[in-house]
Design a protein around this ligand. Sequence first.
Ligand SMILES: [Zn+2]
Length: 69
Amino acid sequence: MNKRWSIDKIKEFVEKNSDSKLLTTEYHGFSQKLLFKCACGNNFEKTFKKFKDNKQRKCEVCQPPKASR
Ligand SMILES: [Zn+2]
């Protein structure tokens, strides 16, 4: 059974599991890019799947995409 995510649950997840904040106010599915605000003040876009499963929870400045680990 697929877990259903709503924008409220995502927002809660983001606040509990990262220092970032969710700026997007509507959620349409895993392929949608959501807009986040990083703790450093930068905004960044990412799908929720990447945010959650790949632990990409910061902007590209704080967490460069090509990090070797
Ligand atoms: Zn940042």
